[in-house]
Design a protein around this ligand. Structure first.
Ligand SMILES: Nc1ncnc2c1ncn2[C@@H]1O[C@H](COP(=O)(O)OP(=O)(O)OP(=O)(O)O)[C@@H](O)[C@H]1O
Ligand SMILES: [Mg+2]
Length: 1002
């Protein structure tokens, strides 16, 4: 077998890399031989022995080295266990279905396992048994006791694989867990505690966010580190899903959109544009008739600018001569010398839409239609110029200049917001189609994943686009949500010490895997030669002709009972085909975003004789298709792609649905010039020539090897562009990621700290000097300002005389205050119960972090949107974003510290203790006329007034007050503890009931 592998791929880097693994394959098989003589218990005992040994190695490097050494033996143990299960026809249930174990790892699977263990991507064709391959490295790496994770694309696969492979792990004495969407934290924690845990990327990611951004104690956290993960269908997860970050959100406090307001006008505008474009198109048709090809081409290019999906335009594109004229016009307009003309042409429309970049732009006409009184309402002012003018204006004082600038800035922001709203609405109307990019369900706009055709409830387009589409569909416009915690999939997976991946299709994206994840791809040969026959694409002029041909081919296969799997790129296409098949009375199953519940079941049956299954391209990915009786003789499953997808990978994935494990099978793709891919990225010019040369008749097709090439070129172009988009998302997220790391690390330090007082004192040490500098390290030291700040923050009752600030250096003053505050704080806490104080101290810091971090996220969202708008003003949004994000972060960290200081003396773990402390303060420090709104405070103040109780030694706490009443502190303005039920767990995290802890009012 190994020899066959080496023969098959000879000479390449990949081959050399795999060749080096061959001796290990041999050793694994030798161990497997030896292990046959062991009893079950003896085989199992190996697991425990290795675990024990590895747990004693604390140096991670050393641990990895040891894993490398035991790899052959450990893999052999797994293989041997699989053999035992097979020999015994071990039966069990998987997803409530009976199952009998029937697999022993093939040699290529051992190779795959080693590639995964090395932290690489193993490309193994669909159906090669990747589920089983993963057991080898998962077992090996779990021996460290630090947990191995397997990441799948959906809950069903997570459960199926955990239960299926669980048979093997259990036999070997390892525990296996599985994360499912609806699990409670306790259950999740148990799953993560297992040696091996299966789950989807979003569950893993959300657990991370909850653990690090929301949990307030160790006990509330469910995960336990990021040691080793294998990502199944790695291209789907790390590339396709990576475009939308994981977001935990709550409703936003303020909403600024104006979609409702603009919708009626935009609707009219779109209608006007449609009429205009239709008129222009008719005019063009006349010109064509009269032989004025050039003018006609120019007119149609204009239609394309204004309405890329105009019906007449699409029809004309079918005609080679007209198509050529339009393409020619387009090409010539994009030369530099005609910039001005292009601008004028655009001005003849109300707006222009660029389908490729999803952008829209209003023209002068469009602007004055929307706001006849002030067409400038949609033009961004040139801020830089305006600012320069203000600066140069000698009649203004500095203050006036600042005021003017901030007015102009605000004006600019308002304009930008308006432009953004309108641009979103135009896109919603002109580029986003119902049942293609989204479906409307239960009064909600639900995104349909363009790659899988799955609905993605809960996900929303960002930047207000989602709301624009909601406005268009007349469903309720959801309140803008505010991000509470967010991370991109990329950055989640970067947390792991070692990451590996497997998929049938990685090679085409190898560069991206390498650049972004430092993951290299190894292509593992199939166990048996692939018997699939891939036919040349068939290319048609129009969609209609294409679909007719598709139906004909389906009928041919169906007539001889050969099963067919038909792949489509959208729900709309699936439904169209389904209608056509119904008319032909061909029974079939439809698998699309609307039925993804039964997805797996239907796909499993797709190999039975006579079945026709229509499926969006990747629906049912990962589900096994077994051929029914007699099907191999008919040529196996036939896969028919009805459109080339944007990414070659997705097409290969579809092809791979058939001919698994050496089964026979065949595949063919159908393409038409009207497909989006061909329209937007096809080598239009070349295609037109071909059409002319061949003089295509109605229903006639093109089929040639090198035509496949030009389709592929178009695909490569889109892949490139999508890569750039993802890279861009990541560039933006990198900024956030660094900040998130800092904040989450700090947060965890607080949660884990046994002595949170040191953290509180750290804050005091850092924040007070900063404040003191702010007041004193300036030309004219502001002593009274500092005293005011001190007295409104801490109960020190400081006076000018007591403070003597002017007698010390700035530095000394800071030290003086630090000493005072710490002393007072020690005194305050001495009235409380020590463990409760610890919880409270953690709570004070966490509360400050969380509240401000969430505000920060909100501001970052806004900034992100803002800099995107600045893109209109010719600045690089990323650079702007980075600079401002940095400043905002510095401010955030300072604010967190100040908030901690502010709350130090305004929170208590116990009201009685607090009262006691208050009682020790001099009278004047308390505002007797405290506003009654602050109930708790007023209450205490009132009580205290009735019954002043300076306690013994604490009477000295009269501190530095001299009774002059110079500054007093509105203590306690509020209790920093949230409202909780008396029987609920205390929010301070002590684990006690609230009534027995912080809620205990003596
Ligand atoms: N060593 C083996 N011996 C026998 N059958 C095997 C072996 N390995 C895998 N199989 C069978 O191959 C089929 C495909 O397995 P699996 O679903 O794990 O493939 P896959 O590589 O994950 O495919 P996909 O890319 O579609 O997810 C299953 O029916 C499995 O039982
Ligand atoms: Mg799989």
């Amino acid at each position: 077998m190994v020899n066959w592998i080496l023969k098959k791929i000879f000479g390449s880097k990949n081959a050399r890399e795999l060749k080096r693994l061959a001796p290990t394959v041999r050793r694994i098989n030798e161990f497997d031989e030896q292990f046959k003589n062991l009893s079950d218990d003896n085989l199992r005992a190996k697991t425990a022995a290795w675990k024990d040994e590895l747990s004693k190695i604390s140096d991670p490097e050393e641990q990895w080295r040891r894993l490398e050494e035991i790899l052959p033996e450990a893999f052999a143990a797994v293989k041997n266990a699989a053999r035992r299960l097979k020999d015994r026809h071990h039966s069990f249930t998987v997803c409530d279905q009976p199952m009998t174990w029937d697999m022993v790892h093939f040699d290529v699977q051992l190779v795959g396992g080693m590639v995964l263990h090395r932290g690489r991507i193993a490309e193994m064709a669909t159906g090669e048994g990747k589920t089983l391959v993963a057991t080898l490295p998962l077992y090996l790496n779990a021996l460290t006791g630090r947990g191995s994770h397997l990441v799948t694309v959906n809950d069903y696969l997570a459960r199926r694989d955990a239960e299926w492979m669980g048979a093997l792990y259990n036999f070997l004495g390892l525990t296996v867990g599985c994360i499912q969407h609806d699990q409670e934290p306790d259950v999740r924690r148990q799953q993560y505690a297992c040696d091996i845990t299966y789950g989807t990327n979003s569950e893993f990611g959300f657990d991370y966010l909850r653990d690090n951004g929301m949990a307030t104690t160790r006990e509330q956290q469910v995960q336990r580190g990021y040691h080793f993960a294998i990502v199944d269908e790695v291209d789907s997860i790390l590339i396709d899903e990576a475009r939308t970050p994981l977001i935990i959100s709550g409703p936003a406090t303020i909403s600024t959109h104006q979609y409702d307001k603009w919708k009626p006008l935009i609707e009219q505008l779109v209608r006007k544009q449609t009429m205009l474009c239709n008129r222009v198109a008719s005019e063009a048709a006349e010109k064509f008739e009269q032989g004025d090809i050039e003018t006609a081409g120019r007119l149609m290019f204009k239609v394309k600018l204004g309405q890329p999906r105009n019906k007449q335009l699409l029809r004309m594109m079918e005609d080679p001569e007209k198509r050529r004229a339009i393409d020619k016009a387009e090409l010539s307009f994009y030369t530099d010398t005609r910039k001005e003309e292009l601008f004028l042409l655009k001005e003849e429309l109300f707006f222009t839409i660029d389908e490729k970049s999803n952008e829209s732009d209003l023209s002068e006409q469009g602007r004055s239609f929307l706001n006849p009184d002030d067409p400038n309402a949609f033009v961004l002012p040139d801020l830089i110029n305006e600012f320069t003018e203000i600066d140069l204006d000698t009649t203004l004082s500095d203050e006036e200049k600042d005021k003017k600038k901030s007015e102009r800035q605000q004006h600019c922001d308002e304009q930008a917001e308006r432009i953004h709203n309108i641009s979103n609405l135009l896109r919603a109307y002109c580029v986003f189609d119902k049942d293609v990019q989204y479906v409307v369900e239960e009064n909600k706009v639900v995104i349909v994943d363009e790659f899988t055709g799955r609905k993605m409830p809960g996900r929303r387009w960002s930047d207000g686009l989602h709301q624009a589409v909601e406005a268009k569909e007349g469903v309720q416009i959801d309140r803008e949500t505010q991000t509470l915690a967010t991370i991109t999939i990329q950055n989640y997976f970067r947390l792991y010490d070692k990451l590996a991946g497997m998929t049938g299709t990685a090679e085409t994206e190898a560069a991206e895997f390498h650049d972004i994840y430092k993951l290299d791809v190894n292509v593992i040969p199939t166990n048996r030669p692939v018997a699939r026959k891939d036919h040349n694409d068939r290319i048609y002029k129009t969609r209609r002709e294409k679909y007719n041909a598709v139906i004909n081919e389906i009928r041919e296969h169906h007539n001889k009972q050969q099963p067919v799997l038909v792949g489509t790129v959208s729900v709309e296409a699936s439904e169209l085909l389904s209608r056509m098949l119904k008319r032909e009375k061909i029974p079939h199953n439809v698998l699309n975003a609307k039925f993804h519940m039964q997805e797996a079941e239907i796909v499993q049956r797709a190999g039975q004789p006579g079945t026709v299954t229509i499926s969006t391209n990747m629906a049912g990915r990962g589900t096994d298709i077994k051929l029914g009786q007699g099907v191999p003789e008919l040529g196996g499953l036939f896969v028919l792609g009805t459109e080339r997808h944007e990414a070659r990978r997705i097409d290969r994935q579809l092809r791979g649905r058939c001919a698994r494990q050496g089964d026979p099978g065949g595949s063919r793709f159908y393409v038409s010039f009207e497909d989006d891919l061909m329209r937007n990225f096809g080598a239009a010019d070349r295609m037109t020539k071909i059409m002319e040369r061949f003089g295509l008749e109605e229903g006639q097709e093109l089929e040639h090897r090198w035509l496949n090439k030009s389709v592929e070129t178009a695909q490569k172009r889109v892949e490139q562009r999508n890569y750039m988009i993802r890279k861009r998302t990541l560039d933006f997220d990198d900024v956030m990621n660094m900040q998130r790391e800092v904040v989450y690390t700090y947060r965890n330090e607080v949660i884990d700290s046994e002595d949170p007082r040191t953290l509180i004192f750290e804050v005091i040490n850092e924040a007070i000097p900063a404040k003191v500098n702010e007041f004193l390290d300036i030309d004219e030291p502001n002593y009274s300002g500092l005293i005011h700040w001190v007295n409104t923050t801490f109960p020190l009752g400081l006076t000018k005389e007591k403070a003597q600030f002017d007698s010390r250096s700035v530095e000394e003053n800071a030290q003086f205050l630090i000493g005072k505050v710490k002393e007072a704080y020690e005194r305050k806490s001495s009235h409380e119960e020590p463990t409760a104080v610890k919880s409270l101290e953690r709570y004070i810091i966490l509360n400050a972090i969380d509240r401000l971090w969430q505000e920060h996220l909100y501001a970052m969202d806004a900034l992100r949107e803002g800099v995107y708008l600045r893109g209109y003003a010719q600045k690089d949004p990323l650079i702007e974003y980075k600079t401002e994000a940095y400043d905002m972060f510095v401010e955030l960290m300072a604010n967190i510290k100040n908030e901690v200081l502010h709350n130090l003396f305004r929170s208590t773990s116990n009201l009685q203790a607090f009262e006691n402390f208050l009682a020790t303060l001099p009278q004047f420090l308390l505002k007797e006329d405290a506003p009654s709104a602050a109930t708790a405070g007023a209450d205490i103040a009132a009580k205290r007034a009735r019954q002043p109780q300076p306690v013994g030694a604490m009477a000295g706490v009269a501190m530095d007050g001299d009774g002059s009443g110079e500054g007093y502190i509105d203590l306690p303005a509020r209790r920093s503890l949230p409202k909780v039920g008396r029987n609920e767990p205390c929010p301070c995290g002590s684990g006690k009931k609230y009534k027995n802890c912080c809620g205990r009012t003596a």
